[in-house]
Ligand binder design. Structure first.
Ligand SMILES: Nc1ncnc2c1ncn2[C@@H]1O[C@H](COP(=O)(O)OP(=O)(O)O)[C@@H](O)[C@H]1O
Ligand SMILES: [Mg+2]
Length: 294
């Protein structure tokens, strides 16, 4: 497994399987050669715990080449809603605004809001930090969330396409009905705030899909020796691949005997991490595990 040829890393698997531990370990390994950032999107903020150091909302230096960042996803959700409200203010009549604001408040508690906030965060990190850092490891939340997050962009892109063509048609008719038309349709579209907002969103989601499914991304699944997590992990691999995300690496975490993963998935790379007597917490203990990554 040539880990260095990838730029972005994601790990899925059951809560407690060892995602944060392995993400951190991998980031430490990558940082031997490249400036690396490990980002936590987990509301439990376990990165600070695994690194044994308080990690902030700006990249925090951990070692010479390793930085860590914990994103306050709740705060991001509030930011996201504020932005949606501001966008709505530009395009909606004042009469409708209070009604819409109420709907947006409700949306905060709706299913999918968390995932949307995550998309915004992923996008922001990718846009603003991937220039500074050669490698970015994303420590994602448990598999259910992760899968929904991955499925969302595809749905949203199709939905945005439909909205865009509806808006285009509406503006085309409006233009036809004008007696002394001067502007071309393309000109009208480029000035229309609704059309522009939709186009911007579409670009964001396309870029996110590229991030999640592109060839620079390594998607891995973390397994545990117990029977249930292996079943859950197998399902996770199948679901990810049915969404168009090839799973390139499996982590056999806490396996003391040879794991069954090589025979279950003969065409995938497997990295085995033996169970540690003491929790592998803090840089010094993590360093003792670096040899498991080839
Ligand atoms: N190989 C291992 N040996 C011993 N303890 C481990 C191992 N891998 C992870 N742990 C411990 O298990 C707990 C859960 O790991 P964590 O990486 O936080 O899981 P996740 O991010 O998947 O929820 C942590 O306390 C961590 O220190
Ligand atoms: Mg975790």
């Amino acid at each position: 497994m040539e880990i260095y040829r990838y730029r972005f890393f994601f790990f899925s698997g059951k809560g407690g399987a060892g995602k944060t531990t392995f993400s951190t370990l991998l980031a430490l390994k990558l940082s031997e050669k490249f400036k690396t950032l490990v980002v936590s999107l987990d509301p439990a903020h376990s990165l600070s715990y695994i690194l044994g150091k308080k990690i902030g909302e700006k990249p925090t230096k951990v070692t010479e080449n390793l930085y860590a960042l914990e994103v306050d996803i709740e705060g991001e959700m509030k930011n996201y809603l504020r932005k949606v409200k501001e966008e709505a203010k530009k395009v909606v009549s004042p009469l409708l605004l209070s009604e819409i604001e109420e709907q947006i408040e409700l949306a905060y508690y709706s299913p999918g809001a968390f995932e949307l906030a995550m998309i915004d965060v992923l996008f922001k990190v990718k846009e603003s930090l991937s220039k500074e850092f050669k490698k970015v490891v994303f420590d994602t939340a448990p598999s259910g969330y992760t899968l929904r997050l991955v499925a969302l962009p595809e749905l949203l892109i199709n939905w945005l396409d439909r909205l865009l063509s509806m808006r285009r048609e509406a503006l085309r008719y409006q233009r036809l009905s004008q007696l002394k038309e001067k502007k071309s349709l393309e000109e009208i579209l480029s000035e229309d705030p609704v059309y522009r907002a939709l186009t911007r969103r579409k670009k964001q989601y396309s870029s996110l899909r590229e991030l999640l499914t592109g060839k620079d991304t390594l998607f891995g699944v973390v397994f545990n020796p117990q029977v249930l997590p292996i079943e859950v992990g197998k399902k996770t691999v199948e679901e990810l691949e049915s969404l168009g995300i090839p799973v390139k690496l499996l982590i056999a975490n806490r396996f003391s005997d040879p794991s069954p993963l090589n025979s279950l998935f003969p065409d995938k790379a497997v990295i085995q991490v033996p169970p540690q007597e003491e929790e592998p917490v803090g840089i010094e203990k993590l360093k003792c595990l670096l040899h498991v990554i080839p």
